[in-house]
Design a protein around this ligand. Structure first.
Ligand SMILES: Cc1cc2nc3c(=O)[nH]c(=O)nc-3n(C[C@H](O)[C@H](O)[C@H](O)COP(=O)(O)OP(=O)(O)OC[C@H]3O[C@@H](n4cnc5c(N)ncnc54)[C@H](O)[C@@H]3O)c2cc1C
Ligand code: FES
Ligand code: FES
Length: 470
């Protein structure tokens, strides 16, 4: 029995766990404020809030309802635009009106949900964070500047927010209706777990709900998104353990991960959009096995292990050996990814991630690449390079990495390694670019790692001279 709170009502219904939340909201509950746009997670017209009880508080995040399987909202508070209605416009709605941030209005509920969610965050607001909150919302009428101005106004209103308990503060300031005060108690009353032991494994649903929505709506599911055994990021014996259902947002906001990758908050903004990052999991990214999967390319550069489980059996496999061919994996029937594990490198070390896509944000990569380098006295003692979009799998550059070990960081060694890289990749022409273009991108991103990480030694101009680049 699916049990959740929709706005201020507890819902208990027998609904297939693979039904899209958007369809429940609009066609079972007749709440038409949540719009149907792309149904692929791209436009944000269907954005709603998902609140989870954590301790005594409810923590909210934005999600796209079109890609949310019903089973993932069991025990949660779902807020639609109707759930924000009060006797007058909220300050978020007012800011959009005052800045002419709405014209036809189709996208507006989605923007209001994302901006309200930004206000609910337990951290200090600024304009750039408010704009990032709407990274998953597309508007075809207003030209965005007016919406950005509204986001700026909203963030100024957050100056005195109580970041320890933003929800209660927002209720007092009439940003959200008073019923939000009762939600923690109501959520407690409906907390129960459901067993799901179906054949089709699903995490956040951001790949499966796009690729196979009919199958998800029909088959028996194994739902891992809220399974506590698959959640959590922690350190054990100097190893970082990222459990399978950690979302991209969980990873970028984890203090443990930030300690290892200080740039991660900026880097992960290149991955999808805020609501999709709030849903998509690391295991989903790895098993979907797209050759350009950002999380796979990023973590592959630490040469991590995957822990795979089936019943009581457990085995480890290197992530680089997990990909056997295009969408072919070393994963048995019924086997699940439990976690990704990597050794926390001793400081100092160098890490970098690069991505080229047609749009900077909310776009998949044409080519992406990551590198990990340990250097001692100008010599590379250990390194791993990865590149995506130039082979049937997210590619670990075994030969290029091996070649560079023991070499000085110099224009000559990097240029020779770039030659080896070209032999390791096998790009094909497709909608993301021609074979030639992808070869060029792979080399440029490889160079970019060194230009960024070793600016004193490696410069763009010297690489150009040495490689006859015009
Ligand atoms: C609008 C949009 C933008 C996107 N942008 C990007 C982007 O910029 N970069 C990027 O890399 N990706 C992007 N994606 C893809 C997607 O969000 C990610 O790949 C995400 O990490 C998938 O995770 P999920 O939990 O949603 O996967 P799901 O759809 O739930 O599952 C994907 C696959 O993984 C399997 N699976 C899930 N968990 C496990 C487990 N524990 N063990 C075994 N199998 C498992 C499922 O059976 C399924 O085959 C985008 C998607 C959308 C919709
Ligand atoms: S309908 Fe476009 S993101 Fe859901
Ligand atoms: S106001 Fe028309 S799509 Fe945004």
């Amino acid at each position: 029995m699916l049990t959740f709170i929709l706005n201020n009502k507890i819902i208990k219904e027998d609904i297939h766990p693979g039904t899209s939340l958007l369809d429940i909201i609009r066609y079972k509950k007749d709440l038409y404020g949540t719009k149907v746009g792309c149904r692929e997670g791209d436009c944000g017209a269907c954005t709603v809030l998902e609140g989870s009880l954590i301790g005594e508080k409810v923590v909210y995040k934005s999600i796209v309802s079109c890609l949310t399987p019903a089973g993932n909202i069991h025990g949660k508070h779902i807020v639609t635009i109707e759930g924000l209605n009060m006797s007058k416009l909220s300050p978020v709605q007012e800011a959009l009106v005052d800045n002419s941030g709405t014209q036809c209005g189709f996208c507006t509920p989605g923007f209001v949900m994302s901006l309200t969610c930004h206000c609910m965050e337990e951290n200090i607001s600024d304009k750039s964070k408010a704009i990032n909150a709407i990274s998953g919302n597309i508007c075809r009428c207003t030209g965005y500047k007016s919406i950005e101005r509204a986001a700026g106004d909203i963030s100024s209103l957050m100056k005195n927010k109580d970041i320890k308990n933003p929800v209660m503060w927002l209720v007092e300031k009439e940003f959200i209706p008073a019923y939000f005060k009762d939600i923690p108690g109501k959520l407690k009353s409906i907390q129960n777990t459901t067993e799901s032991n179906g054949s089709l494994v699903i995490g956040g649903g951001t790949d499966l709900m796009v690729q196979k929505p009919e199958e998800v709506a029909d088959k028996s599911l194994k739902m891992l998104y809220n399974d506590s055994g698959f959640k959590g990021i922690f350190v054990e014996n100097n190893k970082c353990i990222i459990n399978a259902s950690s979302t991209a947002s969980d990873i970028m906001n984890s203090q443990v991960v930030q300690e290892v990758f200080p740039e991660i908050l900026t880097t992960f903004k290149l991955v999808s959009s805020e609501p999709v990052r709030n849903m998509g999991t690391i295991a989903g990214n790895i098993v979907n096995a797209s050759p350009i999967a950002d999380l796979s390319i990023f973590f592959l550069a630490l040469n991590p292990d995957l822990i795979l489980i089936k019943g009581n059996k457990q085995r480890n496999v290197k992530l680089k050996d997990f990909y056997l061919g295009y969408k072919k994996l070393d994963l048995e029937d019924g086997e699940l990814i439990k976690s990704l594990v990597f050794e926390i490198p001793e400081k100092p070390y160098f890490f970098n991630f690069e991505k080229v896509s047609k749009r900077t944000y909310l776009d998949i990569a044409s080519v992406n690449s990551a590198c990990f380098i340990k250097e001692e006295k100008g010599v590379i003692s250990n390194c791993f390079f990865t590149v995506g979009g130039v082979s049937p799998v997210p590619l670990f550059l075994e030969k290029t990495s091996a070649y560079l070990e023991g070499k000085e960081i110099s224009i000559e060694s990097i240029s020779s390694a770039a030659g080896i890289l070209q032999e390791e990749i096998s790009p094909i022409s497709d909608v993301r670019g021609s074979e030639k273009y992808k070869r060029l991108l792979a080399r440029q991103l490889f160079f970019a790692h060194f230009i960024k990480l070793f600016p004193g030694k490696i410069t763009f101009n010297k690489l150009i001279e040495n490689n006859n680049i015009v």
